[in-house]
Design a binder for this molecule. Structure first.
Ligand code: SF4
Length: 105
């Protein structure tokens, strides 16, 4: 499950951030959408997952950092596997900016 002790520490740090967050990350309730390459032919759902990361997740930054460092599959911190590889290869950790949602009444 974990490649080494450092991955376990980084995972624990992400879990702490989730525990302390005011809201539950959206992927908790609908995890398949975050792994489109395993279970989905349709990219619409993956795009929806990315949008939810960027607009609704209280731990997007922490998740992106963890995902860039350790995860090969799925969507982490609003980034696809390909985007994370690109960031890793450039050796620069650039986390996506959180999008502010303004509700209209
Ligand atoms: S940023 Fe991470 S924790 Fe948040 S919804 Fe996306 S995959 Fe889940």
């Amino acid at each position: 499950m974990f490649e080494n002790a450092q991955q376990f520490r980084d995972w624990s740090k992400l879990q702490e951030a989730i525990d302390e967050a005011s809201e539950i990350p959206p992927c908790t309730n609908y995890p398949d959408a975050w792994f489109p390459e395993h279970s989905y032919e349709n990219l619409t759902e993956a795009n929806m997952a990315i949008k939810m990361c960027k607009t609704q997740c209280p731990v997007m930054t922490e998740c992106a950092i963890y995902g860039i460092k350790w995860e090969k599959d799925g969507i982490w911190g609003g980034l696809t596997a390909r985007e994370r590889i690109r960031i890793r290869n450039r050796n620069e950790i650039k986390v996506p900016r959180k999008v502010r949602v303004v509700e209209r009444v």
